[in-house]
Design a protein around this ligand. Structure first.
Ligand SMILES: [Zn+2]
Length: 427
């Protein structure tokens, strides 16, 4: 999840960190190997100085004196910018701190962590960002060696050109750039409720109504890999090593394809509604409200992946998921499930599609939350103030093209991700 810091005063804003990957072909392998070796040295030195006041409570050495000495030791035979050593020390501490907290809880043994991957964190003091030309210059050796990245033609340049650049993670052929952006609630004009289902995302937009994004392609990708993996599992007894190796490879490929899909989906979703605050259910609370009649089929991996990736680009708010799919949008009574996707309210005798009810109730809950966050003041959320009656009438522009129908019968728009384009494709 990105860094979200809610400022203390009433000016509600989120600081989000946008991160983008670009490739480079600067030969830095030797440099990265030296960085990794220094990192392992740093870990070793700190490791040897860990104290155990109690057997299960490791205490990392943290005095300024120790840190100064550590820095001096690491700077020996170091031909690159000294700021890298500061980053390496920081990384070493964070690795050992996470080891220590796991060790305390019994998840790790007393073995020193060893870093194998080649990467280095580049502090902002080593980065120069020319916003006009889209040139990022990273100092490797002061006044001698620089790595230059040109992001002017990257798809994200317009988004980041006026932002502050943050830390960069350098790998052998790639660089992970970060930019800091402040998202302010008051810039947001619309609230969109999102219901995550197994094969679709269902959105409720106060002006557009019910919109669906088809995820069947994602479902298909997963199924293809799962079938292959299941088959290999049957071979595990006969050829354990070979089957295991293949399973590992397939799992990695599956993860990459899913990530790629979710990445594109969330980019295109944030482009479709650039001024929106997105509302999702907080499914971590779901098990508290288990409802045996409405065990909706959802894919938690999709849900958390979408939230994680979308919150790099937009504001995401989570709301309580209790009864979102069974509360009547009109009178608020509890509804009964009927055949197929239909839910019926015995109080006001209305029937709805369950997926519509889900995203609508999430929208409504998010709207309440949002009002609270804004201090209960009037909200500049176009359309969100529209009365329920109005929300239930079809958009007149759309009505002209479609046969007469109720808005809740089927989504007004169905989209899917466009693998080659910038925007969601209308189906
Ligand atoms: Zn009702």
């Amino acid at each position: 999840m990105p860094n979200k810091t809610k400022s203390k005063n009433s000016q509600l804003s989120y600081q989000i960190v946008l991160s983008y990957k670009v490739s480079h072909n600067h030969p830095i392998k030797t440099f990265l190997i030296e960085c990794r070796d220094k990192l392992n040295t740093a870990i070793s030195i700190i490791w040897d100085n860990i104290e155990y006041p109690k057997e299960n409570k490791p205490k990392l050495p943290k005095s300024n004196e120790f840190k100064r000495e550590l820095r001096n030791k690491l700077l020996k035979d170091w031909n690159y910018a000294s700021h890298y050593i500061d980053g390496i020390i920081k990384t070493a501490y964070s690795i050992l701190e996470s080891w220590a907290s796991n060790y305390k809880r019994g998840y790790r043994t007393k073995t020193k962590p060893i870093v194998k991957r080649l990467f280095v964190r580049v502090k902002t003091t080593l980065i120069k960002y020319d916003k006009d030309d889209g040139i990022i210059r990273i100092t490797i050796k002061p006044r001698k060696e620089y790595l230059t990245l040109n992001i002017k033609n990257e798809w994200f340049f317009d988004k980041v050109r006026n932002l502050t650049i943050g830390e960069i993670i350098l790998k052998e052929t790639e660089a992970f750039l970060t930019f800091k952006d402040n998202l302010s609630y008051s810039d947001k004009e619309i609230i969109v409720g999102v219901d995550s289902n197994l094969k679709s995302l269902d959105l409720f937009h106060p002006i557009e109504g019910w919109i669906r994004i088809d995820l069947s392609e994602l479902h298909r990708i997963k199924e293809v890999y799962d079938r292959k993996i299941d088959f290999l599992k049957t071979l595990l007894k006969k050829y354990p090593l070979r089957a295991l190796r293949k399973i590992k490879r397939l799992l990695e490929r599956r993860r990459n394809r899913v990530n790629d899909y979710l990445h594109k989906l969330t980019i295109q979703l944030s482009r479709l509604f650039p001024d929106a605050v997105f509302i999702f259910e907080d499914l971590n609370k779901r098990k508290m409200y288990k409802n045996k009649h409405h065990n909706r089929r959802i894919d938690r991996a999709n849900w958390s992946g979408i939230i994680e990736k979308l919150s790099y680009k937009s504001i995401v708010i989570l709301v309580n998921p209790a009864y979102t799919s069974t509360t009547c949008p009109i009178c608020g009574s509890k509804m009964e499930s009927q055949e197929g996707q239909v839910v019926h309210c015995c109080n006001c005798m209305s029937s709805f599609n369950r997926q519509f009810v889900g995203c609508f109730n999430i929208f409504r809950r998010g709207f309440k939350r949002f009002k609270k966050l804004m201090g209960g003041l009037g909200v500049a959320s176009t359309g969100a103030e529209v009365s329920l009656g109005k929300l239930m009438t079809p958009n007149p522009n759309v009505e002209a093209k479609l046969p007469v129908r109720k808005i809740e019968d089927f989504p007004l728009m169905v989209y899917k991700i466009d693998y080659n384009g910038k925007y969601l494709k209308c189906l």
